[in-house]
Ligand binder design. Sequence first.
Ligand code: SAM
Length: 280
Amino acid sequence: MDRPSDAPRPAARREDIPGWFFRLDQEAFRHLLTTQSTAGTTGDVLELGSYLGRSAVLLGDHLRPGERLTVCDLFDSAAGDDDNAAEMTMSYRASLTRSGFEANYLAFHPELPTIVQAPTSVLADGRIPAGSCRFVHIDASHLYEHVAGDIEVARRALTEDGLVVLDDYRSEHTPGVSAAVWQAVFTGGLRPVLLTPMKFYGTWGDPEPVRRELLARDWRAEGFTVDEDTIAGRRVLRLNNAVPSAAPRSGPRQLLLDLLPPVATRAVRRALGTLRAVRG
Ligand SMILES: C[S@@+](CC[C@H](N)C(=O)[O-])C[C@H]1O[C@@H](n2cnc3c(N)ncnc32)[C@H](O)[C@@H]1O
């Protein structure tokens, strides 16, 4: 059937769908969702904030028979409060339509997911059955009150060892997400599993099996860095893109770095990095 002339043109390739979902987190999503499927973990998938479908299309790739993807987004609808309305105007209104999302999704999947076109706060009414989801991606409003509510929706929706992913938990312009995330960790039992520059991955279940599965992959061979940190006694992984190695160092600078103890070396490296960033 021909596309009506005013219908949105779907993206030709997944990477052409506009959005904020990049290779590192795409790989982490794929890894975690595939690991769940391989282990026989079943459950629905929920996304809060889908924009034009960049992350939703990938989530749809991982649905197994009987599993459902639900996406919740305002799309062309009005926000429920002034701050959220301002956020929508600043970041999404000019480019976002529900038909744009649908065209992109249908370019890669035969059927649309279940779409809730509304503020994510409506999901608190229990329409997502408790304990029904294995994976929840929270990427809607980045305002504290909204994210705190979204985390509560995820907690209720997830299976015991289900995973929640939160976008923009450390960006300078989204302090409300940071506040909601760390509040959930320190007062709500959320356990961090993996941190990337863009996203926080956690569970209210046991994080150890997920950590082990992540460590079983040779991320370094694929151009990523893997580090381990401890937060309040709990281990957490960090994944990042490896920075291409710098030009060979001059003799005296290399000698200094070689002679210093590791802690001092790290401090020197940080200072040199800051200096380079300041100089541009
Ligand atoms: C950062 S974008 C999502 C990006 C998408 N996950 C991706 O990776 O490309 C945020 C989305 O959240 C939606 N949104 C903002 N506030 C919302 C709210 N209160 N309820 C539902 N959706 C909201 C916006 O319409 C926008 O599409």
